[in-house]
Write a protein that binds this ligand. Sequence first.
Ligand code: PXL
Length: 431
Amino acid sequence: MKTVFSIAGFDPSSGAGISRDLDTFYSLGLHGVAAPTSIVVQGPFGVQDVQAVSYGAFKAILATVQESISVDGIKIGVLLNEQYVEALSNYLPEYPEIPVVVDPVIAAKNGLQLLSDKGLKSLIKLIFPKTMVLTPNLDEASHIIGGTVKTLKDMEACARSLAATGPQSVIIKGGHLRGEPIDLLFDGYECTTWKRKRIDRIIHGTGCVFSSLLTSFLVHGYPIKEAFLASESLMDDLFRESYRITEDGYFYISSGLLNTTLAERWKVIQALREAKERLYLLNPVKCIPETQMNVGYAINSAVGIEDVAAFPGRIGHHDGKIFFKGDPLFGASSYVARLILDYMRHVPSMRSAVNIRYDKRRLRTAREKGLNIAFLERGQSLDILLKKTLVNIDNPPDIIYDEGEVGKEPMIRLFSRNPHELLKKMEMIAR
Ligand code: PXL
């Protein structure tokens, strides 16, 4: 198993530092080991303090790794002061044959210093010459070269100056650039950029995750430019999937969770594809309302319409046969998505729904077959109805129907935990 070594701080809230690095290595199929330099006391509202891990413990961990583990890549974050920098420099070979990625973390967002001035001097002198890729943000890059970096042109010049201090390649992260953020790679020969849309969220630990992704791709043998592009592309996904662990606090990201979400999204689509096959066999044309039908299925942690998959353009019928306009997609329906999201707020396991043409006989059949039915009064919201009905949460309704009003078709809504169960219920009442 290939192994990556993180030398960094520990963030107890798992936003930055060692725990995030390990999560990233693991999610890209690598084993992670770590030497903590410090514990950064912080939560989702920022850093309060930084406490060193004892120098003795740090050196002993480096020695243990050196004696017993052949690491395939090294990622360096918070180093605290010159003592830790020197110890690390002694551990690193003169000419490392494996990727060494250095994220020169100088201070937290609120300005609390995570590397002393002397520490930075030592880092430049002792570690930069052994560095394969240096990954500063704009502030760190400006601080190290002692100038201001505001434009893309400045970034390019700055990356070249930084490369002249030792690192083979430099990536400057332009998240703090005015306008659209741009990241820039200088690989010693040419520059490559990555632009992204600005996202209106304060996300914690992006630098750590980025440099860990980069290290992982390099360990997998990607050339630097490919590793840069692959990491940036994954960062786009991670920004989009960032989440909060506390109301109003910073957003967090996790490559590990991204894998789970992607796998779950794939399963949701797969389940709807199977439902489509069963619907072709069942051919429930009489169940299709005037406004057409849709079947939806949400991921476990659904919070918005984009977390619910359904059939684009709804499901209709043509020449006596059920008719789909396309394959299931996330965000394809706001109508069934809202039904499901409303229901999930009360019973999170009920993640699938279909809307069916209103028919009294169909409701009678449903009742006879033992389905649990609730009636939605005119003007009542699903939310209020569920709140009332679910006082006894053991038996959430399978069906919620309304009798319509002028200009609004009456409707039966069938709910289940998944499309497989939903189809079973539908088969009971379709005829
Ligand atoms: O984002 C810089 C950083 C890196 N590593 C650790 C941190 C922080 C900032 O808070 O806590 C451990």
